[in-house]
Design a protein around this ligand. Structure first.
Ligand SMILES: C[S@@+](CC[C@H](N)C(=O)[O-])C[C@H]1O[C@@H](n2cnc3c(N)ncnc32)[C@H](O)[C@@H]1O
Length: 243
């Protein structure tokens, strides 16, 4: 465990993450995620759920470097297509999954239109700006075939009582994770996410109950949830399967 102050102020955080480049983040992405117990457990659970569902087409929104995609494609490459709106991520996913690059194309999940029986995304909802979250979910609902399923996995803050309390929830979430980092890379990665969250710039984590209520507002009626490596006081990973 590295020695550093966990209860960190905004200015100190800013100084520490000021020089973290997007290239560094993208190059460190797989190392950090593959060493996360919670992320691994969430992906395993999502793959497990897919095996119990009946679908002919599956759309993944925000495939990133292709971590979750590679697992889906392993089993469902003839049913799969993925979209992402960031050329740097698309480049990396194409490099990793070169045989399947034609399945991984450019598209923005907020406006994309193509019917599919299953839509899934991992660690994407918290990158959708607050003001777009509901319309993003509504667009998913509009693109789902009748009886289609939405499968979402992401990280969530502990429940907070008002928007003013959201930063405290963010502190609770990241402080807990910073206590458990195992390398300087993980520490830097976590602090960058923490800072971006406080700045509401690139990171818009919310609590799980906010996603649930937005799903209802978007027209989903059947909602099944699962907590993974989640605690009431610090939040964590959660899964949601909705129709
Ligand atoms: C943290 S990464 C998650 C990548 C991958 N799903 C995983 O589990 O590792 C978030 C990804 O979502 C993509 N993304 C964010 N907003 C998006 C949108 N509106 N439409 C499509 N992709 C989006 C980003 O470009 C990025 O590749």
């Amino acid at each position: 465990m590295i020695d550093f102050e966990i209860e960190i102020g905004l200015e100190e955080l800013r100084q520490q993450v000021d020089e973290v480049s997007k290239d560094w983040l993208l190059e460190s992405y797989d190392t950090v995620l593959l060493s996360s117990r919670g992320y691994q457990a969430m992906i395993e659970s999502m793959i497990q759920r897919l095996s119990g569902l009946d679908f002919r087409t599956i759309c993944e929104i925000g495939f990133g470097t292709g971590l979750y995609s590679s697992r889906i494609i392993q089993f469902y490459h003839d049913k799969y297509f993925g979209i992402d709106n960031d050329p740097d991520f698309i480049f990396r996913a194409h490099r990793k999954l070169s045989k399947h690059a034609h399945l991984l194309t450019s598209g923005d999940g907020r406006f994309y239109s193509r019917t599919s029986e299953l839509i899934t995304f991992s660690l994407v909802y918290h990158h959708i700006p607050d003001e777009d979250k509901l319309s993003f979910l509504k667009n998913c609902k509009a693109n789902l075939a009748p009886q289609g399923t939405l499968l979402v996995g992401d990280v969530f803050l502990p429940t907070y009582s008002s928007e003013e309390k959201r930063d405290s929830a963010l502190y609770a979430f990241h402080n807990e994770r910073l206590k458990n980092v195992k390398s300087e890379t993980e520490e830097k990665f976590e602090k960058k996410a923490f800072y971006d969250g406080l700045m509401r710039s690139g990171e818009w984590k919310v609590s799980f109950d906010i996603l649930k209520s937005q799903l209802t507002d978007a027209g989903f009626t059947s909602i099944r949830t699962e907590e993974i490596d989640y605690s009431k006081n610090a939040g964590g990973y959660c899964l949601i399967e909705a129709k």
